[in-house]
Design a protein around this ligand. Sequence first.
Ligand SMILES: Cc1ncc(COP(=O)(O)O)c(C=O)c1O
Length: 399
Amino acid sequence: MTFQIDAVREQFPALREGAAHFDAPGGSLIPAVVAEAVRDTLESAICQRGSTTSAERRTNEIVLNAREAMADLLGADPGGIVFGRSMTQLTFDFSRTLAQSWGAGDEIVVSRLDHDSNIRPWLLAAQRAGVVVRWIEFDPATSEITIEDVEKQLTARTRLVAITAASNLVGTRPPVKEIAQLVHENGALLYVDGVHNTAHAFVDVEDMGADFYTCSPYKFCGPHCGVIAASPALLETVTPDKLLPSADTVPERFELGTPAFELMAGTTAAVNFLADLGGAPSSSRRSRLKGALTAIGTHEDHLRGVIEEGLAAHPQFTVYSRAQRRTPTLLFTVDGMESREVSAALGRQNINVPASNFYALEASRHLGLGDTGGLRLGLAPYSSTTDVDRLLTALYALI
Ligand SMILES: Cc1ncc(COP(=O)(O)O)c(C=O)c1O
């Protein structure tokens, strides 16, 4: 399947502003169909979920459609799709709830590579529960996590392992499927941060073995909300704090208050947008998503190769994204220049390359970049060779 980049770009109104966007890991641009779905939902008669009035039925349908869409995207059960405000909010909620069953002497494991949203909630929950925290380290020279790095931290007391499926800082994709096997042999739960991964991979949470898989639609052309996928049977064993009159069913009992129905409709539109990049509408949405994410991956990896070659040609650039398996996300610095300065200089030319630790604070420090971090180049389905040319030309001019 050929990737029709011009046709893809036409669907993103924000590209008309003329900037070259390498900031997608912070939040991708939104295609018109997603914005329209959000607006149409807000303009239509919706209320609370129910089956009596037309507004109730429409609202109910929006929720069920969104669960189906996310289940198709992730290879999950729609009955185990939970929506929330953000991945961070959902992870805080789940960490507090899961920690209720932890006791003194129990242990949990987090990774140095992760975004802080898959570290801090667990650390705080562990502190309150009196639970030991162990750390999976990564090798700063390769940015890799090996299966041995994980194995070393597991004990008979491990209750939960929290790890990323892809680092938003350097792009590393740890071997999550093998990690899941190990974690389950140890009788623990695996909580996977899929926020960065989901934009770049065809995900199958069941095959991956994640007990909980989180993601955020705004990273894959959708609106600003968060999602957790888990098996309904597992969710039945988890009892969050909730209001007395609110539904005690799964997954509703995890969605506190009235959900953002318009963002759910936008999420469905984002999944359909991606599926439409994946071939004939006659096949199932899941198989079209597979085609789409494979084509997006090929497109992004090609551009990544061009950028990597361009940076490798000049010793003034240091690239920290070195893992064998990784997303098209490159962290780099420029010798003798502050990353923020470089970002600002590129910004003046309408080239968006942010500089930060990107909330992967532990990883940034472990790489020797402190709290400042570096420059992050991220690719998206709408990234083009023209964008890459503009970027490399501007960077060369700077050095
Ligand atoms: C890898 C990763 N995990 C988690 C998050 C937090 O997601 P949210 O903004 O939905 O809380 C981000 C946000 O940038 C991220 O990149």
